[in-house]
Design a protein around this ligand. Structure first.
Ligand SMILES: [Ca+2]
Ligand SMILES: [Ca+2]
Length: 169
């Protein structure tokens, strides 16, 4: 089972310190492993930075406690299990928090990754392709299971290489 409690860290001895988002936003680049690096191309100049902070913060608004912050580091670290990373990558892409990655979530992901350089048609095409490839139960959206069942890499490469995919037509 994939669950946040998999995060194998317990920092309860620390006081509940709130870290403002601005501080997190000014962090130097984190050392991350290749999978996360693909999902989250560069933490330093990362269009997902705000979203990552939201996902890991308890209040869902990017205001992280020290615990949240340490959880984030442990998930982004090279030592974290792949399942755990896939779980958080899913959460990061699931912008509307409904536990599915639908076309709208993917479009948002793609627009962030490409900094709005693709046309609407191109974005739609890439999203349809990504969902097609990974949607195992054919309901038109990706559940955590779809995302996780060996499809993570194809989803990730589809959304992270939109230009190539589009130009391959
Ligand atoms: Ca969603
Ligand atoms: Ca599905």
């Amino acid at each position: 089972d994939l669950a946040p409690q998999l995060v194998p860290l317990d920092y309860t001895s620390h006081p509940d310190v709130k870290l403002p988002y601005e501080l997190i936003g000014s962090m130097p680049e984190l050392k991350v492993d290749p999978l996360v690096h693909t999902c989250v191309p560069s933490v330093q100049d990362n269009p997902f930075r705000q979203r990552i902070a939201e996902v890991f913060s308890e209040d869902g608004e990017g205001n992280m406690t020290l615990d949240d912050f340490l959880d984030m580091f442990s998930v982004l670290s090279e030592m974290a299990p792949r399942d755990l990373k896939a779980y958080y990558a899913f959460k990061i892409y699931d912008f509307n928090n409904d536990d599915f990655i639908c076309k709208a979530d993917l479009e948002k992901t793609l627009n962030k990754l490409t900094r709005n350089e693709l046309t609407e048609d191109e974005v739609r095409m890439v999203c349809e392709k990504a969902i097609d490839e990974a949607d195992l139960d054919n309901d038109g959206r990706l559940s955590l299971e779809d995302f996780h069942m060996g499809s993570t890499d194809s989803v990730v490469s589809s959304v992270s290489q939109p230009i190539k995919t589009v130009n391959k037509r």
